[in-house]
Design a protein around this ligand. Structure first.
Ligand code: A2P
Ligand code: 11C
Length: 338
């Protein structure tokens, strides 16, 4: 069997990668419908080497669609995902719109694939935020073995997380700097070229940003453990593709760095790159960008805490952090449920 697939946000950074990953992995697509706003309707996107005409989402009727991927922002999902589900499509949503609703599964394919079963309730499956995604691919095996009590994490997030306009802004500002021109800021609240910005998404009443609180809420939901404490600082850095995270955990029982390395070497979706010498650790450029796995290095026992462990976790935020996990959810869906 093969499936009629709608791609909402097909012209965006995540949509484009979704199309290439579906083709790469030979996902059985009988018909592809790329959708975007009326701005891009009538243009084309490429899938499997062929052009497909983009249609206007607002005018599109989802009847007959089997699977609908949404990556056009929260407000677009809020308005259109429920009607796609009502028309019979299973929605795989890349936005934060539905993630925190109890009757919507929130799934990392290697961590809690069983949760997909609940898609029948609302017809929607939520794909986690990129920074949570890569952290949990690395931490779930450790949590299963010794239990994690607390996570302290600082992120180093690339501009592609902010979509095409984020990448354009880094490119443009870099050129402006190198040409001694005045730097213009639009997408990011301060200059991002040659800078770092400790602010992603809106500020919340408690002083954390929404990007940080997503890591708190999503970790508890995906690991099915509301007692886990998570203390994140999310930072935007001038990198195009690939988020990095300095992750510091406190476990219930002591785990050695050696045992953690062993667990991670066997963990699905993880590549351990951990030599204690120059270059023996992963970075976004040259290691993670454009690749599927979550890369883990700098594994060491915390000298300041008896049950502390430190890791450095890097992944392509557009692939595993978004498009790849969404396709992996779709693969499990067709294999086990449709
Ligand atoms: P469009 O090309 O019509 O603007 P990115 O995350 O890279 O910024 O991409 C956002 C994606 O979401 C694009 O495909 C964009 O399409 C799409 N999009 C944005 N607003 C809407 C909307 N109101 N209806 C449908 N698609 C939208
Ligand atoms: C970023 N994490 O790097 C964001 C992008 O909730 O799906 C993804 C936002 C989300 O800016």
């Amino acid at each position: 069997t093969s499936y009629k697939v709608a791609m909402v946000g097909a012209t965006g950074a995540v949509g484009e990668t979704l199309l290439s990953i579906l083709a790469e992995r030979d996902f059985p697509v009988s018909e592809l419908v790329p959708l975007a706003s009326e701005r891009s309707a009538g243009g084309t996107v490429d899938f499997n080497g062929k052009p497909y005409v983009v249609q206007d989402l607002a005018k599109y009727d989802f009847a007959g669609v089997d699977i609908a991927f949404f990556s056009a922002g929260g407000s677009v999902s809020r308005e259109h995902a429920p009607r796609a589900a009502a028309a019979g499509a299973v929605v795989i949503d890349n936005t934060s719109e539905f993630r925190y609703q109890d009757d919507i599964p929130l799934v990392v394919s290697e961590v809690n694939p069983h949760a997909i079963a609940d898609y029948t309730v609302r017809g929607i499956i939520a794909n986690p935020n990129c920074s949570t995604m890569q952290m949990l691919v690395a931490l779930a095996p450790i949590h299963r073995e010794v239990g994690i009590e607390r996570i302290n994490v600082a992120t180093y997030q690339s501009v592609s997380g902010a979509g095409r306009s984020g990448m354009d802004e880094l490119g443009k500002q870099t050129a402006q700097m190198l040409n001694f021109q005045e730097v213009e800021t639009a997408k990011f609240p301060k200059q991002i070229a040659f800078n770092v910005i400790p602010h992603i998404d809106d500020f919340q009443a408690n002083g954390y940003t929404k990007e940080e609180m997503k890591m708190v809420w999503e970790t508890r939901k995906i690991l099915e453990d509301p007692s886990i404490q998570v203390n994140p600082t999310a930072v935007r850095v001038p990198v195009f593709y690939g988020h990095a995270e300095a992750v510091h955990i406190e476990t219930r029982d002591k785990i050695t760095a050696e045992r953690a390395r062993e667990l991670l070497e066997q963990a699905p979706g993880v590549v351990v790159q951990d030599e204690r010498k120059a270059g023996g650790y992963p970075t976004p450029v040259g290691d993670a960008a454009g690749k599927d796995p979550v890369f883990v290095g700098r594994i060491r026992e915390d000298i300041s805490h008896e049950r502390g462990l430190d890791l450095w976790v890097v992944a392509d935020n557009i692939r595993k952090g978004a498009a790849l996990n969404a396709v992996q959810i779709a693969e499990i869906l067709i294999e086990d449920y449709l």
